[in-house]
Design a binder for this molecule. Structure first.
Ligand SMILES: NC(=O)c1ccc[n+]([C@@H]2O[C@H](COP(=O)([O-])OP(=O)(O)OC[C@H]3O[C@@H](n4cnc5c(N)ncnc54)[C@H](O)[C@@H]3O)[C@@H](O)[C@H]2O)c1
Length: 441
């Protein structure tokens, strides 16, 4: 089987590498010439555990190819995946220009049956727009070529993307064609054989499933952040509350950790896009609007604590930040809470020294010389007034109190991920402010 994947970002590259790993001939296409040139040299555009090995192995064995020319990557191909970006439009709805351009390009060049599968996260009704765009191009050149469209949203998590793709909880495929369903069954057979189910459904439900999944996860996060903030006010310990509710099987222990708000390329834009879709159909997504509001507020919570601690004056203070990426195991800085915290600190006249195990280059690209870049986690807190823990990388999880006491000018920690034991930190002579735990301000 031969497939083409259009868009070689987080989703497209992982999808391509993983399909090639199970024996499928894959071409990954991108319009970014530099990206493809680098990939052909074995240089990856993103940092993702396990991906480099997978790409190297499958490029060397000839199953994974990279190209900038979609038109030349369609020969004998049965399935074309669209995995291009769907960034938010000015009003928050998903911008479909890249998705539809791929459909048009496919329509301009196919000569045999293909399934045009949308893997990008797209609002309900997009498959029909894809079908129309592709058909329009076929009509323009008077080509009578049969094709189907399908929706196959991606649920991988950055930081665990390879594992998630190879061992998915489930694969969702939306299609209205028996022919497409049979081909998709064949494509995913290596995964279903290993016990990972494909759930087939109609296209609209499949498109909706992706947004519902991300919105539910974002809701859990904002809910728990709200609870944590209230815990602080009433004097409850959110860690205890979390364990207390997480042991209820109807709630479960996952995704109920309070923090500095969700970021990344998906939750913020997908929550906004679903609210917009609902508005378009005349429905008010009241819960999701609140989820978004709470998240915006939460990104400033750590900063607000620091401002209060330093009596409202941060001018001339220096803050050491551990963790910049929006979550551990990725270098993705899109919508990272660290950016909001840093901008707020800088706006108050404070200085920032920061360290992240893999996202330093990405941060430099975004922030340039606005902050100081430390060479390691200890350098980041040398002579600073307080430590901010923003991303819970494993290397931050155990504190060497003796060392950090010597480095920090003032023994105060603002822990945006609640990764430390409150009593231990306090017993070692530190002031400790977590999210819903720690000292009172
Ligand atoms: N990143 C994630 O964790 C994740 C998870 C699930 C779903 N998604 C969804 O998948 C989609 C892609 O996300 P991503 O994070 O991989 O995006 P990305 O920005 O990392 O990659 C998109 C790629 O598409 C390329 N591209 C744009 N137009 C093109 C065209 N006409 N032809 C060829 N290439 C083109 C861009 O150059 C870029 O390399 C989005 O809809 C996103 O919401 C993302």
């Amino acid at each position: 089987m031969k497939i083409t994947i259009v868009g070689t970002g987080y989703v497209g590259l992982v999808t391509g590498a993983c399909f090639s790993e199970v024996g499928i001939d894959v071409t990954c296409v991108d319009i970014d010439e530099k990206k493809i040139e680098n990939l052909n040299k074995g240089i990856l555009p993103i940092w993702e555990p396990g991906l480099e090995d997978l790409v190297k192995r499958n490029t060397e064995n000839g199953r994974l190819h990279f190209s900038t020319k979609l038109s030349e990557s369609l020969d004998e191909v049965n399935i074309v995946f669209g995995a291009v970006g769907t960034p938010p439009d000015e009003d928050g709805s998903a911008d479909l220009q890249y998705v539809l351009e791929v459909a048009r390009e496919v329509g301009r060049h196919i000569n045999d049956y293909v399934i045009m599968v949308t893997k990008s996260t797209v609002p309900v009704g997009t498959a029909e727009k894809v079908r129309a765009a592709l058909q329009e191009e076929l009509d323009k050149r008077g080509a009578d070529v049969d094709f189907d469209v399908a929706s196959n949203p991606e649920f991988l998590k950055e930081g665990a993307a390879v594992n998630d793709f190879l061992k998915p909880d489930r694969i969702v495929v939306g299609t209205d064609s028996d022919r497409a369903r049979k081909l998709m069954e064949k494509l995913y057979k290596p995964f279903t054989m290993n016990g990972h189910p494909v759930i087939f459904m109609d296209i609209v439900s499949s498109e909706m499933t992706k947004y519902a999944a991300n919105s539910m996860l974002a809701t859990k996060i904002s809910f728990m952040n709200d609870i944590a903030n209230l815990c602080e006010i009433v004097g409850a310990d959110v860690n205890a509350v979390r364990k207390g509710i997480g042991s209820d099987r109807r709630i479960g222990p996952y995704f109920i950790y309070p923090g500095t708000g969700y970021g990344g390329s998906c939750f913020p834009k997908d929550v906004k896009a679903l609210v917009k879709t609902a508005e378009h159909f005349g429905y008010d997504m009241a819960v999701l609007k609140a989820v978004e509001d709470v998240n915006q507020r939460q990104k400033s919570v750590l900063f607000a604590k620091a401002k209060k601690y330093f009596d409202g004056n941060l001018k001339g203070k220096t803050f050491g930040i551990w963790g910049l990426a929006f979550k551990p195991q990725t270098d993705d800085m899109r919508e990272a809470p660290s950016l909001v915290i840093i901008e707020k600190l800088l706006a108050e006249g404070a200085k920032v020294k920061a360290y992240d195990p893999v996202a330093m280059e990405e941060t430099k690209r975004v922030l340039g010389d606005k902050i100081e870049y430390a060479k390691d986690k200890y350098d980041a807190i040398l002579d600073v007034d307080a430590l901010f823990v923003v991303t819970e990388w494993p290397e931050f999880k155990v504190l060497n109190f003796k060392v950090i006491k010597k480095l920090l000018s003032e023994n105060v920690i603002f822990d945006g991920r609640n990764i430390y034991d409150v009593e231990e930190v306090k017993n070692n002579g530190f002031k400790y402010f977590g999210i819903g735990v720690g000292d009172k301000l």
